[in-house]
Design a protein around this ligand. Structure first.
Ligand SMILES: [Zn+2]
Length: 400
């Protein structure tokens, strides 16, 4: 405790961390992503950078082929220097997005707008980290061979569970049984690419910030519901990780009306109540689907099978209760709920919004605040790709 009347001396102050200068190339690239095609003068206006700084940054970004000048929009000749608009480069470069799910892995190629250009999915052979990462190294190499003309800027790996993004480590994946797996270092060694690793929910929140429902928003939250359940949130445009990289672990949030036993020893935890595995198991037992695929259950519901609709609505109700709690906790401008039924079925989205309206102080604003995933057909590929694209947009000239 500081005694009354004590003056803080310089030697008593904590040593500050070295301050990084703002990355003007990152600000310029981000402005071009959000507003492109856009003139340099407009980039200067939205970034509040000087014209000279914008000119320098765009020259460097053009050299790296991260942006391009859009030729067809150039002004007529002889009218002085035309305002040639700039846009994100669509063809020369890309990133590899990798996702590790409970049953399978996904390897995808994405462009700088987060569009999935190619995607391969394969069930796991062995599920141990060494086997899965070796298979992924092969998958990444194969993808690069198929697209030899595109320069790959890096790879990103997204997975469920507890992930330390700073160290590229999967600390714990409870269903796969992974512990302290240095996935980033292993894949970087195998591929020669810079590799980043992050959790599903943080990765997808970053994708929503760059390309989706959370664009231009200061605050946003993301609830991911797959086999694992996790949450990410951002304030001031920055995704919170926490000192242990553990923010958003809501798997064991108690929910009402669920009698399912959780591996943690309790009953009625959110993750067992809404996990894809549990829903798929019930759907198989009820004869609604022939193989353990949540997509097949969503197809059955979309085709009008009443029992499939009921099963997904029940799940959406529980997801909606959790969403209501998250809204009251974070009060974000946008809450994205990425769940197979909510992503594709308007009735499931309405159920989530209805639960939020009934149980959260957000009330009638639920429709404005709660959104399905912006990437319903490619959630896994976009999650992995967003991990790599976040690095590109945060530090486009590699100044990390
Ligand atoms: Zn539990």
């Amino acid at each position: 405790m500081i005694p009354v009347g004590h003056t803080t001396r310089r030697k008593d102050l904590p040593v500050p961390a070295p301050r990084r200068p703002p990355d003007s190339a990152a600000a310029v690239l981000h402005a071009i992503l959000q507003h492109g095609p856009v003139a340099r003068s407009s980039v200067a206006r939205v970034t509040r950078l000087s014209a000279a700084t914008v000119t320098g940054a765009t020259a460097a970004l053009l050299r790296q082929r991260l942006i391009r000048e859009v030729p067809e929009a150039a002004g007529p000749p002889g009218m002085g220097r035309p305002h040639v608009p700039l846009d994100v480069e669509p063809a020369a470069v890309g990133v590899i997005g990798v996702h590790v799910a409970v049953p399978c892995t996904t390897v995808a190629l994405l462009d700088l707008r987060g569009r999935v250009l190619d995607e391969h999915r394969a069930p796991h052979g062995e599920r141990d980290p060494g086997s899965v990462l070796a298979a992924l190294g092969g998958g990444i190499a194969a993808m690069r061979r198929e697209h030899p003309r595109r320069r790959i800027l890096g790879a990103g790996l997204a997975t469920g569970g507890w992930v330390d993004a700073a160290n590229g480590t999967v600390i714990e994946h409870p269903v796969l049984g992974w512990r302290d797996v240095p996935a980033g270092a292993v894949l970087a060694e195998a591929t020669g690419l810079p590799v980043r690793v992050d959790s599903n929910s943080r990765a997808l929140l970053r994708a929503e910030q760059l390309f989706g429902a959370a664009r231009m928003r200061e605050s946003a939250a993301h609830l991911f519901v797959g086999n694992l359940v996790d949450v990410a949130f951002a304030a001031g445009g920055v995704v919170h990780e926490g000192p242990r990289s553990a923010a958003g672990a809501v798997a064991h949030l108690p929910v009402e009306g669920c009698a399912e036993a959780c591996p943690c020893g309790r009953v009625g935890c959110l993750q067992v109540a809404v996990s894809e595995r549990v829903v798929v198991r019930r759907a198989l037992a009820a004869g609604l689907i022939d193989r353990p695929e949540i997509g097949d259950l969503v197809d059955a519901a979309a085709g009008g099978r009443a029992e499939a609709v009921r099963m997904l609505r029940d799940r959406a109700r529980l997801v909606g209760r959790a969403a209501a709690l998250l809204l009251d906790l974070f009060d974000p401008e946008v809450l994205v709920v990425a769940e197979a039924g909510v992503n594709r079925l308007p009735g499931c989205l309405a159920t989530v919004r209805g639960e939020v309206a009934a149980h959260s102080s957000a009330g009638v604003d639920a429709v404005r605040i709660v959104h399905p995933s912006s990437f319903p057909d490619s959630v896994l590929a976009v999650a992995g790709g967003a991990v790599a694209l976040h690095r590109v947009y945060a530090s486009p000239l590699g100044r990390t």
